[in-house]
Design a protein around this ligand. Structure first.
Ligand code: BGC
Length: 261
């Protein structure tokens, strides 16, 4: 039997009080990792994820921080290190789409906020995670990008720019540390059923439109990302670094070209 085994590994998953982050945290805990559940505002939701992990016999603790702020990330890492004694896995998952606005009508402060959360924050966290990882010659950093690191998306130029940037950050970082036992990867999810896009998939018209953009014809479930993250963090993926793994039900294979052209 081939098992994903993260026994003894300590993981920090940003934005893990809901959505993809909580599914990733649960999957990693199921594989044996101790998981730091990070949240920005919703302590109750974070505590709920911690409770679910503990019910399943796992180890987890909740931590609050605004990961776009350097000093808060320092405090977060100090707290996680104190609680868990180190760090082996970082998942930069916290993110936001931002409000839809074409460039000409957009607000610079909102554009900057999306960049701060979706690109600067992963940098803030990776920078500090690398210190213990390089010292112990072992570690995995997983950045959650999106199919929109590849696919343009009208109204969301901050998001697409941040995700494409995060993809290149992933590759550059992977190159910097490849000889040091640290792997750096990205997962590029497609449309997954989470709160981030609930306004679309809860609306029948929005759901039908989204399904048409997916070759498999359905949205993904959060645990379909969680399982991939657990695998990529494990030694089973020991030869994978510096690349984006798309988990998108075939969004990137241009399903519209099944006909016509
Ligand atoms: C976005 C979702 C969107 C999906 C597919 C994701 O990166 O966060 O809001 O539904 O891409 O377009």
């Amino acid at each position: 039997m081939l098992n994903i085994d993260l026994t003894g590994r300590r993981a920090l998953v940003t934005g893990s009080s809901s959505g993809l982050g909580s599914a990733i945290a649960l999957a990693m805990a199921d594989a044996g990792a101790s998981v730091a559940i990070h949240y920005l505002k919703d302590q109750r939701a974070a505590d709920d994820v911690v409770a679910r992990i503990r019910q399943r016999g796992g180890t987890a603790q909740a931590f609050q921080a605004d990961v776009s702020v350097v000093s808060e990330v320092q405090r977060l890492f100090d707290e996680v290190t104190l609680a868990f004694g180190g760090l082996d896995i970082l998942v930069n998952n916290a993110g936001m789409d931002g409000a839809a606005a074409n460039c000409a009508d957009s607000d610079p402060a909102q554009w900057a906020r999306v960049l701060a959360v979706d690109l600067q924050a992963p940098y803030n966290c990776a920078r500090l995670a690398l210190k213990p990882m390089l010292a112990q010659q072992r570690g995995v950093i997983i950045n959650i990008t999106s199919v929109h690191e590849f696919i343009p998306w009208s109204g969301y130029s901050a998001y697409t720019s941040a995700k494409a940037g995060l993809s290149m950050f992933t590759k550059t970082l992977a190159q910097e540390v490849a000889g040091s036992g640290v792997r750096v990867l990205a997962i590029a999810p497609g449309a997954i059923k989470t709160p981030i896009n609930a306004s679309v998939w809860q609306d029948p018209k929005g759901l039908a439109d989204l399904d048409e953009k997916i070759a498999m014809g359905r949205l993904g479930e959060p645990d379909e990302i969680g399982r991939v993250a657990a695998f990529l963090a494990s030694d089973l993926a020991s030869y994978i670094t510096g690349t984006s793994i798309a988990v998108d039900g075939g969004m990137l294979i241009y399903p519209d070209f099944r006909h016509g052209g």
